[in-house]
Write a protein of this length. Structure first.
Length: 255
């Protein structure tokens, strides 16, 4: 993916912020807990690339204090509408708008692949106090099985979440200040109507940056599959097998 296309896709979500919040999957509470480890109530957690707050919602359920940072004001507006008491700051992973040592840990949900890992790693080292952790999460739908293999857009537009992954899907490492990742997975199933399934796909950066010709072709194909494939044609809802991948690292030393 070229730098220009990467930037366009990374910045495309604001235009679909309301639909992103409505249709994108939640994170299992178990996954959110894995990301922050043994942090106690009232610990301070940075949700970096927080978007509309899908991961923030679960962190708050765990009793921690959350500061949200995202480059999109539109995405943060969706978060603020649900949690007006929270600190929601426009900013990037490469220039985090928080003072030194202001949080105990950081999490990144569905966004690390858009960030410069090395620069973000240095910035996170600056803002995290103590032996802090960094937890990365991706909600992965298993489109490699059954009728779902027919759904994904063309190979010329790979998913953003596939960027920066090494063998075994290991994400880009944040740099020498950080220990190797530990890896955890939470399996679950997402159930939604066919129309909501189509709306979900329209929140992905492939769709948001595509031309009308591609969008028309994809939508016609998806509707054909949902209405004719024997595995789903007679169903009113579809079930999507999901895995939330969690990758957790810790600072090598601390203040």
């Amino acid at each position: 993916m070229s730098g220009g296309r990467r930037a366009a896709r990374a910045s495309s979500f604001g235009a679909a912020a309301a639909d992103y919040q409505r249709y994108r999957p939640e994170y299992p509470l178990e996954a959110a807990s894995l990301l922050i480890g043994d942090l106690g109530p009232d610990s301070r957690v940075l949700d970096l690339g927080a978007g509309t707050g899908k991961l923030t919602d679960q962190l708050l359920r765990l009793g921690v204090q959350v500061s949200a940072v995202d480059p999109s004001p539109e995405m943060l507006a969706e978060l603020s509408s649900r949690h007006p008491e929270m600190d929601c700051l426009v900013g990037t992973a490469e220039a985090i708008p928080l003072p030194e040592g202001s949080v105990d840990a950081a999490v990144v949900g569905q966004a690390w692949h858009w960030m410069d890992a090395a620069t973000a790693g240095r910035e996170l080292r600056r803002v995290i106090s103590g032996p802090g952790t960094l937890g990365l999460a991706w909600n992965i739908d298993h489109t490699e099985t059954g009728w779902l293999t027919l759904i994904a857009p063309g190979g010329d537009r790979p998913r953003g979440s596939e960027r920066g992954r090494a063998t075994g899907r290991v994400p880009a490492h944040p740099g020498p200040d950080w220990l190797p990742f530990s890896h955890h997975e939470v399996d679950w199933t997402m159930t939604l109507s066919k129309e909501d399934f189509l709306s979900l796909w329209q929140t992905h950066s492939q769709w948001l940056t595509a031309g009308e010709q591609d969008r028309t072709r994809w939508m016609a194909r998806w509707r054909q599959i949902l209405s004719t494939d024997p595995q789903v044609a007679t169903l009113s809802t579809v079930e999507i097998p999901m895995t939330t991948e969690c990758w957790v690292t810790r600072l090598r030393d601390h203040r």
